[in-house]
Design a protein around this ligand. Structure first.
Ligand SMILES: Cc1cc2nc3c(=O)[nH]c(=O)nc-3n(C[C@H](O)[C@H](O)[C@H](O)COP(=O)(O)OP(=O)(O)OC[C@H]3O[C@@H](n4cnc5c(N)ncnc54)[C@H](O)[C@@H]3O)c2cc1C
Length: 326
């Protein structure tokens, strides 16, 4: 059976592996856990979804929500949200989909369902070819040979791994927004009339209450995203300065004297795909001339989980059709 290496275990990698016909697939993941930007942080008794927040109930992608429901990865919530907090737009009701036990349930359950061997904490630094066979390299180990390699990682990182084999000069460059994310637990309720909302201040683009997702903790927990332009300007800000600033903004907005009992922040270098490959070059993935190396990810289609799912699905379809022809 053909041997396939999949680099990354984000949603695009999982979707690709799911949509490919049964093959000898091995995952390689630099982190200690699968999931990439769908990430849930647990601290003491707090849980924060500090990567992807939620899926729309109707995301227009056939089969995606149904599949996640089937593998028991998700649950439906009814939330109140505000589209523009600064402008005091009316609160609306919205049905959203979140992970059963944090957003990380989505990649964790998906990965479990696939049952492919996975090398965690394994960062691939180099791809080499010997006698037309492909090998993966970490700092101190070689894996292979492989017949096909799929890089399901952000564009810049794929480029670094693949530029010996693919001419990236002929391709446009999909770009990403970076996002600072702040996790805060407070000793008192803020009294917010919504559970999630957009545009709280000129710097804060989104915030989401975590209590309505995870009912078992008593302190009030929020995840706050800074605006992309702001993140760019304050990319190297000290974590504690940012955290204190955001807590101050929360207290001002909700006229609260709550005290933070927990704070933490994380900077996502590659958060959202701003311009996708499809938008720039009408392409759905990147492939080597010998059709054995591929690059894919949300950046092929757009900024969300459903784009990552679509990216894997489209490449799997192309690959299956090509294999019939070869
Ligand atoms: C703060 C934030 C909020 C978001 N909110 C939402 C939301 O509410 N709704 C929504 O739909 N989407 C949201 N998104 C976007 C969504 O998370 C992504 O579109 C999607 O998860 C991307 O999946 P992916 O597989 O393309 O990439 P990734 O999830 O980035 O997966 C890439 C994987 O490859 C691994 N990797 C990278 N380099 C290597 C290497 N050299 N060797 C081995 N492994 C490697 C990484 O560790 C990672 O696990 C958000 C993203 C962020 C950051």
């Amino acid at each position: 059976m053909k041997k396939i290496a999949v680099i990354g275990t984000g949603l695009s990698a999982l979707s690709l592996a799911y949509h490919l016909p049964t093959l000898d697939i091995t995952f390689f993941e630099k982190s200690w856990r699968p999931g990439g930007r769908i990430s849930t942080r647990r601290h003491e008794n707090y849980i924060f979804d500090h990567g992807a927040h939620y899926l729309k109930e109707d995301n227009g992608i056939i089969g995606f929500n149904e599949f996640l429901h089937k593998i028991n990865a998700t649950k439906i919530l009814n939330g109140e949200f505000c589209a523009n907090i600064q402008n005091q737009l009316p609160i609306e009701k919205k049905q959203i989909i979140v992970g059963q036990n944090g957003m990380e349930s989505i990649p964790l359950e998906f990965h479990k369902y696939l049952r492919y061997p996975t090398n965690l904490s394994t960062q691939i630094n180099k791809i080499e070819t010997i006698n037309q066979e492909y090998y993966l390299h970490t700092e101190d180990q070689e894996y292979g040979p492989f017949d096909f390699i799929f890089c399901c990682i952000p564009f810049e990182q794929s480029k670094n791994l693949l530029n010996k084999f693919i001419d990236f000069n002929v391709l446009s460059v999909p770009n990403f927004d970076s996002i600072w994310t702040i996790m805060v637990a407070l000793d008192k309720r803020l009294g917010s009339p919504f559970q999630f909302g957009y545009h709280m201040t000129p710097e804060i683009s989104f915030l989401m209450n975590q209590n309505f997702k995870h009912e078992f903790f008593s302190d009030e927990c929020w995840v706050v995203n800074m605006r992309a332009e702001w993140t760019k300007e304050y990319y190297n800000i000290e974590n504690y300065v940012l955290e204190d600033y955001v807590i101050d903004q929360l207290k001002k907005t909700f006229q609260s004297d709550a005290k933070a009992v927990f704070k933490k922040s994380h900077r996502w270098k590659y958060a959202y795909a701003k311009k996708s490959l499809n938008e720039l070059d009408s392409k759905n993935f990147i492939e080597s001339i010998d059709h054995r190396l591929y690059a894919l990810g949300d950046w092929c289609h757009g900024p969300s989980m459903q784009d990552a799912w679509l990216s894997g699905k489209k490449l799997a379809k192309h690959f299956s059709e090509l294999r019939v022809q070869l």
